[in-house]
Design a binder for this molecule. Sequence first.
Ligand SMILES: *[C@@H]1O[C@H](CO)[C@@H](O)[C@H](O)[C@H]1NC(C)=O
Ligand SMILES: *[C@@H]1O[C@H](CO)[C@@H](O)[C@H](O)[C@H]1NC(C)=O
Ligand SMILES: *[C@@H]1O[C@H](CO)[C@@H](O)[C@H](O)[C@H]1NC(C)=O
Ligand SMILES: *[C@@H]1O[C@H](CO)[C@@H](O)[C@H](O)[C@H]1NC(C)=O
Ligand SMILES: *[C@@H]1O[C@H](CO)[C@@H](O)[C@H](O)[C@H]1NC(C)=O
Ligand SMILES: *[C@@H]1O[C@H](CO)[C@@H](O)[C@H](O)[C@H]1NC(C)=O
Length: 332
Amino acid sequence: MLNMAMVVTTTLVIFILCSQSVAILQKKLQLPSPVTGPESLAFDRNGGGPYVGSSDGRIFKYIGPNEGFKEYAFTSPNRNKTICDGLADFSAVQAKCGRPLGLSFNHQTGDLYVADAYYGLVKVSPDGANVTQLVGPAQANSTKFADGLDVDSDTGIVYFTEASTNFQLKDFQTLITSGDNSGSLLRYDPSTNQTTVLLSNLAVPSGVAVSKDGSFVLVSEYLSNRVQRVWLKGPRANSSELFMLLAGRPDNIKRNSRGQFWISVNSYLGPPGSPRRTMLPGGIKVTENGLILQIVSLGAEYGTQPASEIQEYNETLYSGSLLASYASIFTP
Ligand SMILES: *[C@@H]1O[C@H](CO)[C@@H](O)[C@H](O)[C@H]1NC(C)=O
Ligand SMILES: *[C@@H]1O[C@H](CO)[C@@H](O)[C@H](O)[C@H]1NC(C)=O
Ligand SMILES: *[C@@H]1O[C@H](CO)[C@@H](O)[C@H](O)[C@H]1NC(C)=O
Ligand SMILES: *[C@@H]1O[C@H](CO)[C@@H](O)[C@H](O)[C@H]1NC(C)=O
Ligand SMILES: *[C@@H]1O[C@H](CO)[C@@H](O)[C@H](O)[C@H]1NC(C)=O
Ligand SMILES: *[C@@H]1O[C@H](CO)[C@@H](O)[C@H](O)[C@H]1NC(C)=O
């Protein structure tokens, strides 16, 4: 009975507060062909960008409509341009070339922090030249598949996820049918160079975002269609709770300047197991209390590639995708 009452209340709240809409595609920001996979987007402290990672291990910066994307940095210390440039996703060679996924700037230092699927937590200096591997296979406790990332610019602390300790990105298809829950949420403190585990036994934690006041982080679990909240400060510090259950696969989470969160959620159309299931890419905007403010679907022009990220920046919606050859700009 209690559960039923809660469901009814939640449904009412959703209908009253949220507007459901199809976002209008304004522009596709095309990566240099044949590169794909701008999974996450970041903007620097001068409003430059977006910066995106790609399938061939390079990070590109969007300069403008005429110049498009220009190479900014790469994460692999021994990246061979001849072998790597133009590489497609999910290739075994990718482990040598690097695969930048989650991106976020520390706006105080100008450093770009990257969760690279194969190289772990990597820091790129403001000019893109100095690249330091901070946590990864070289360390005693390696990360096998780093994925989501966010930086608290007030403290410099970096939150990132390890999607799995059993599978790598190249085994993604196996991973998502495995029921794996070996993932974790980690915290890296640049002042001590220490990494600690905040939450473990997660079912492919794909995205992470820290709240505006730094009191909690949200972490999405792709395989269990939910978002958890981990308290960092206050009376509930060090505890976690369910933040939200979703009707689809959550991926990256990004906070906007007002402290609200965009969670990318991809739902499938068609019965489970059917070979022709299509993807319905979209996302939801929620308050710090988990109230849904807006639900958007990215619409037919976007295609049926999953949206790995939806980000609201400067009153504009951007989306990134693990598989598409472009990042997109929308009017919500
Ligand atoms: C924000 O958008 C406005 C209007 O589109 C534009 O003039 C301005 O340059 C943008 N600011 C940044 C930091 O991108
Ligand atoms: C890069 O790969 C190419 C093709 O395999 C090889 O000929 C070249 O020697 C490599 N370069 C370096 C610096 O290893
Ligand atoms: C990059 O590294 C070099 C050598 O360690 C150092 O001299 C230089 O100051 C660094 N640049 C930045 C922007 O960190
Ligand atoms: C932090 O850890 C990295 C990786 O182990 C190491 O290369 C670096 O020198 C360390 N920095 C400090 C300040 O301890
Ligand atoms: C590294 O291993 C130690 C000992 O097993 C453990 O206490 C610590 O939490 C681990 N750290 C990370 C970042 O996995
Ligand atoms: C949370 O954990 C940290 C580190 O273990 C500890 O210093 C702090 O007192 C804990 N806070 C609460 C409210 O339990």
